[in-house]
Design a binder for this molecule. Structure first.
Ligand code: ATP
Length: 334
């Protein structure tokens, strides 16, 4: 048995996580799901967006499945997502992007490995009369961890090439350090893989014009955040982008999209990213076959012409999930 902390959160978070847990419960009875609050509901209960007991429940579980939270504007807001990434030392964010819905002809099958703890996401901002200064941290330690993770994942998933995406021509010291670490590790530990590097601006253009050009991208926090949404856009939108926050001792899986307040409560959110995030989670926990069944069932559902409203289909979240479950049953029966 594996214990899973389920954190639905705000907006469409509870809707898509509910769909994902329905699919999980169909493919395995080896999971114990425990609910915990995060985001606005947690704040109302405890005065914190990530309460201590929620963090403890995440720590005590084998993994967590998270939906989304709505960021509150204004000073004093402590992002629960940035906090759990930091507290659980989730240094890598894995974002696979694949063209499953076939809404475009893009032959994209990409893994973005994003540094998850530093860069511009340390909330280190200082205001003075003239403006605001934001400090951006790039450490040797974090560069080494993320490059090693990208190489490990490339090997584990049978991929061929790793491209380091950076802006070292302008940010010579910080991104220069990242590129140097990448080259050093590639030279000493890169047997069997090909290595390249590319500036982030030209990588963005290439993802659109040649979506098949990349295999694994390893990159810093902000670039990874933006490029993974861009890549998701190429294959249908944010409803298709699962992600896994990975550390040495813990992991949290989530759809890469936010809480989408504009469609929350309407039952029309695309649950694909959340369902695929759940598949990534059980694969990480060793349930490789069950994870593959979910991934195939999702692809088969789109192939059969059943699709969600964000890509021109007519199925709401619930009906789409039922269609996926039908394909799960079909695959399981052989
Ligand atoms: P937040 O403040 O939580 O980041 P947001 O609306 O600014 O929310 P996203 O939630 O990432 O950011 O949504 C961006 C756009 O993509 C919205 O128009 C939203 O409706 C759409 N979107 C996001 N996720 C989905 C989904 N699963 N299905 C359909 N549309 C989605």
């Amino acid at each position: 048995m594996k214990s899973i902390c389920v954190l639905p959160g705000d907006g469409i978070g509870p809707e898509v996580v509910g769909c994902a847990t329905r699919v999980l419960e169909r493919v395995t009875d080896e999971l114990e799901l425990h609910m915990a609050d995060i985001g606005r509901a947690a704040f109302r209960r405890s005065g914190e967006h990530l309460p201590t007991d929620t963090l403890a429940a995440m720590e005590a579980s084998d993994s967590s499945l998270f939906g989304a939270v709505t960021s509150d504007e204004g000073t004093g807001y402590d992002s629960p997502v940035l906090r759990f990434r930091k507290e659980l030392e989730l240094f890598a964010n894995l974002r696979p992007v694949k063209n499953i819905a076939q809404v475009s002809t893009a032959a994209m099958d990409l893994l973005i490995v994003r540094e998850n703890t530093e860069g511009l996401y340390t909330m280190d901002e200082h205001e003075d009369d003239a403006g605001v200064t934001t400090r951006r941290r790039v450490s040797k330690y974090a560069c080494k961890k993320i490059v090693e993770k990208a190489i490990d994942e490339a090997r584990r998933t049978g991929r061929k090439g790793v491209c380091c995406v950076h802006k070292a021509n302008v940010l010579r010291k910080s991104d220069g350090l990242f590129l140097q670490v990448f080259r050093d590790i590639a030279r000493t530990h890169g047997q069997g893989l090909t290595f390249s590097d590319q500036l982030v601006d030209s990588a963005a253009a290439k993802l659109v014009t040649r979506p098949d050009a990349f295999d694994v991208i390893v990159t810093l926090n902000l670039y990874g955040d933006i490029l993974s949404d861009l890549a998701a856009g190429v294959v249908g939108g944010l409803g298709f982008a699962p992600s896994g926050n990975m550390g040495d001792r813990q992991s949290v899986f989530e759809p890469a999209h936010g809480s989408a307040p504009d469609i929350a409560g309407k039952g029309i959110a695309n649950p694909t990213a959340a369902i695929l995030a759940a598949a990534m989670m059980i694969e990480h926990l060793g349930m490789t076959e069950e994870a593959a069944v979910i991934a195939s069932a999702v692809s088969e559902t789109y192939r059969a012409g059943d699709s969600t409203m964000d890509v021109g289909g007519n199925l709401g979240s619930h009906a789409f999930t039922e269609a996926v479950i039908k394909h799960v049953v079909k695959i399981e029966r052989g």
